[in-house]
Design a protein around this ligand. Structure first.
Ligand SMILES: Nc1ncnc2c1ncn2[C@@H]1O[C@H](COP(=O)(O)OP(=O)(O)OP(=O)(O)O)[C@@H](O)[C@H]1O
Ligand SMILES: CC(C)(CO)[C@@H](O)C(=O)[O-]
Ligand code: BAL
Length: 346
């Protein structure tokens, strides 16, 4: 059972500074007024072995991560986990804040997972911003950053075992990225086994990813609660994404068409449209009207099973109803977005 908010981190100092170290907390952080030390001391902070309650510890080994989480669990603190691939933005911070408010000890993992990238995808050039990531984690109240190397997670370079959720993994994103979700579920299963969280937060921006992970948790009896977090958008509506930084100013403007298409689909359904095909057409027409954007898919699916709908379920029924999901390329950058569709009046 998750309860919490209580933060007792006084014993969190790692005994082995070589295996885990503390993130120097920014002097401006509201969380750590006691840590405003003279500048000259800053480089020594990771080596100091005295309690420093408001800064995350960074563990790069599985053993160290397990040891630190075990200490917190032993103290009765509910454990929260936010898995990320780094290049953190406000969407990630929202996940951390949502999880923070429900747990006593918050772990954020930062790992660009090679097994979810196909050859030719952007694994090598995926943005890596460790210093800024650590600063954001500190501000968001993360207690432990788990930041392993690829060799630590996949000794020898690959995994001998994969976790797969067939069906759900092969539609939509899975059609364009056939090995993607197998890599996601494998690494998330590993993270769940390493951290053994009570609560794990995932963003609704990656709607299908959450559906796949939910199914894995159910089928493999992971003893944890999933916390879905709504999409965080830029003020102009673009869904925040680490990959947005690949976009030129012109592409950034063009990418707004994804959100506009979703808004038009919602408006059509509010106006009484029941045909999923017509809503798909609205999505596709809007996205294809933007010359810099190449549509990958525009789907209207059941919000729980992700099966394509023929008709949008009306307000006489119960349950989640429909969801519109879109993916497109803007130059070489692949972006996704989605929106729940309201239930039209019967
Ligand atoms: N705008 C957002 N709103 C809510 N959650 C988000 C948002 N962006 C990412 N997340 C969530 O953060 C977690 C980590 O995602 P990830 O590190 O891949 O970031 P990302 O911005 O989605 O990157 P990418 O550009 O590679 O898709 C996932 O659960 C993801 O759904
Ligand atoms: C869940 C995840 C961290 C697994 O690598 C990744 O797919 C992501 O960042 O959404
Ligand atoms: N957020 C999804 C990670 C990926 O595209 O690989």
């Amino acid at each position: 059972m998750i309860d919490g908010g209580r933060r007792d981190r006084g014993d969190m100092n790692p005994r082995s500074p070589s295996a885990a170290h503390r993130v120097p907390c920014p002097a401006t952080s509201p969380r750590s007024p006691a840590r405003r030390l003279p500048t000259g001391f800053a480089p020594l902070l990771p080596l100091v072995d005295a309690p420093m309650p408001d800064t995350p510890v960074v563990a790069s080994s599985i053993a160290e991560c397990r040891r630190l989480v075990a200490e917190a669990r032993w103290k009765g603190q509910p454990i929260g986990l936010v898995p990320t691939m780094g290049a953190l933005h406000d969407g990630h911070v929202r996940l951390m804040e949502a999880c923070r408010s429900r747990c006593g000890f918050l772990v954020a993992s930062i790992f660009v997972n090679p097994t979810q990238f196909a050859p030719g995808e952007d694994y090598q050039r995926y943005p890596r911003t460790p210093d800024e990531d650590h600063r954001r984690c500190a501000e968001a109240g993360v207690d432990l950053i788990f930041e392993p190397t690829a060799e630590e997670m996949y000794p020898g370079g690959s995994s001998g075992t994969f976790v797969e959720v067939p069906g759900l993994s092969s539609v939509l994103e899975g059609r364009s990225r056939p090995t993607h979700f197998r890599g996601v579920t494998t690494v998330v299963a590993k993270l769940f086994n390493i951290v053994r969280p009570d609560l794990a937060a995932f963003g609704l921006k990656d709607y299908q990813q959450l559906a796949v992970i939910r199914r894995m948790v159910l089928d493999l009896d992971f003893p944890l609660e999933l916390l879905p977090v709504p999409i965080v958008r830029e003020p102009d509506g673009l869904a925040m994404s680490s990959r947005n930084r690949y976009l030129s100013a012109e592409q950034r403007r063009a990418a707004l068409v994804l959100r506009r298409a979703l808004e038009e689909a919602e408006e059509a359904v509010v106006g009484g449209e029941r045909s999923a095909d017509r809503v798909r057409q609205i999505l596709a027409d809007r996205i294809e009207s933007e010359a810099l954007v190449a549509l990958d898919y525009a789907e209207v699916a059941d919000a729980a099973t992700l099966e394509p709908l023929a008709e949008l379920p009306d307000a006489s029924g119960a349950g989640p109803g429909g969801v519109a999901l879109v993916a497109a390329r803007v130059g070489t950058t692949r972006l996704i977005d989605n929106a729940p569709l309201p239930r039209p009046a019967p």
